[in-house]
Write a protein that binds this ligand. Structure first.
Ligand code: PLP
Length: 428
């Protein structure tokens, strides 16, 4: 390969990027290294990673503790088959996860958020199959996002992401998320559905619907739905792929619930943003449906890289960092910072809604057009913030800040200065 051609140019020749229109071939920025809350491009420009590299990074890029855990693991046991065999990193990580999600008692590994959700859905369907009283209906929230595989798309919103596949997705019943003012409607709709049909499972993004635009609701509102659904034996699935590992201010969003889910899906932050890994945790109720001598009732699911030891070692190291007092303090500091900015920006004439939950803050810009992923403001904001050397990737007219926990107040100030400058421009 000729070295005088830029990475961006070579990329354009060879690579197809996710969620990216192919005809408008903007040259993507090529990062060459990362450190702390920053990423550096080919020309040595520094960017603040204000969205934690798509919600995965917790402790900063190339954090030495995770780097050294990975180095040690690849030199010892890089990967091994996990069906019928095991290894310490997977066991250690499972013990750690179960210690924090004490209402669960088994961990099933997969590759990413989408597969963690697929596992949860299959686990729930087969639970009813194994019991000999099959249930085939699922309930999900409107505007949900649970990944890009077919199961994940089926329980997700029917929108631009899934339009081409609508005919081949399975039917799912939806209810509104219990956002402020919608709690009663949501509960009412659930009551009505449960009175007429047997439901296999209810899947939700607890407290924050990420891809929908960081849509937030109160734990009490979810408790009411979970309480009712559990009375109808519905399996409760919390998709914590985005909300896990401190994002909402607590270790898990489920920590803020009185009624605990039966199944929890984890990924994204699990390895601190170093390597792909998914985990689906379940409680004894679900697990016991598989504790049988009938081999036909086995959970026949697994991926080649299930419980990859290197990814598990990264996750163990990330977990250790998350447990440190300094990290917990950082989460509190960022939470307070986000709250302050939310209060401030809620008064801005261009902001239709400002909201925050833990380390996440989101700002919905006033617009005559409906909120939509393809909203023209998204491209405008993306170009502006990129030129400002801040990585923010708005969801339609909603800009959100979801930083790694190592970000400093000074760096956050820079991020918010850029947001405020965009708002001024937008207003003018
Ligand atoms: C990102 C996300 C997924 C999908 O995870 P991938 O790792 O991208 O497959 C599923 N559920 C939620 C809530 C997510 O935010």
């Amino acid at each position: 390969m000729s070295s005088n051609i830029s990475l961006a140019e070579r990329d354009r020749q060879a690579v197809w990027h996710p969620f990216t229109p192919q005809i408008e071939s903007h040259n993507p920025i090529a990062f060459v290294r990362g450190s702390g809350a920053c990423l550096y491009d080919e020309a040595e420009n520094t960017y603040i990673d204000a969205i934690a590299s798509w919600w995965v990074n917790l402790h900063g890029h190339t954090h030495p503790h995770i780097v050294s855990a990975i180095m040690k693991q690849v030199q010892t046991l890089e990967h091994a088959i996990f069906s019928g065999f095991t290894h310490e990193p997977a066991i250690r990580l499972a013990e750690m996860l179960l210690s924090k999600l004490a209402f669960t008692n088994k961990v099933f590994y997969s590759d990413d958020g989408s597969t963690a959700v697929e596992v949860a859905l299959k686990m729930a369907f087969q639970y009813w199959h194994n019991l000999g009283e099959p249930r085939y209906k699922l309930i999900a929230f409107e505007n949900a996002y649970h990944g890009d595989t077919f199961g994940g798309m089926s329980v997700g919103a029917r929108n631009v992401f899934s339009r081409a596949f609508e005919q081949v997705l399975f039917d799912v019943i939806t209810i509104p998320a219990p956002t402020r003012g919608n709690e009663a409607t949501s509960l009412h709709k659930l009551t009505e559905i449960l009175s007429r049909e047997k439901i296999a499972a209810l899947i939700v993004e607890p407290l924050v619907q990420g891809a929908a635009g960081m849509v937030m609701y109160e734990p009490q509102a979810l408790d009411a739905l979970f309480d009712l659904a559990r009375k109808h034996e519905v399996i409760l699935i919390a998709d914590e792929v985005m909300t896990g590992f401190g994002r909402t201010g607590t270790w898990f969003a489920s920590d803020q619930l009185e009624i605990k889910p039966d199944i929890v899906c984890l990924s994204k932050g699990i390895t601190g943003g170093f390597l792909p890994l998914g985990a689906t945790l379940c409680n004894t109720r679900v697990y016991e449906a598989y504790l049988t001598s009938d081999r036909y009732k086995t959970f026949f699911h697994g991926h080649s890289y299930t419980a990859n030891p290197t990814a598990c070692a990264a996750a163990v190291a990330s977990f250790e960092l998350l447990e440190q007092v300094e990290t917990q303090q950082a989460i509190k500091r960022i939470t307070a910072y986000q709250q302050k900015q939310t209060e401030l920006l809620s008064k801005h004439p261009c902001v239709a809604d400002a909201r925050c939950c833990g380390t996440i803050a989101a700002f919905e810009l006033r617009s005559r057009q409906e909120t939509n992923y393809l909203h023209p403001l998204a491209d405008e904001m993306l170009a502006f913030f990129t030129a400002e050397k801040i990585i923010l990737r708005p969801l339609g007219n909603i800009v959100y800040v979801l930083p790694p926990y190592c970000i400093s107040d000074t760096q956050l100030d820079q991020v918010y200065d850029a947001i405020k400058r965009f708002l001024e421009l937008h207003q003018a």
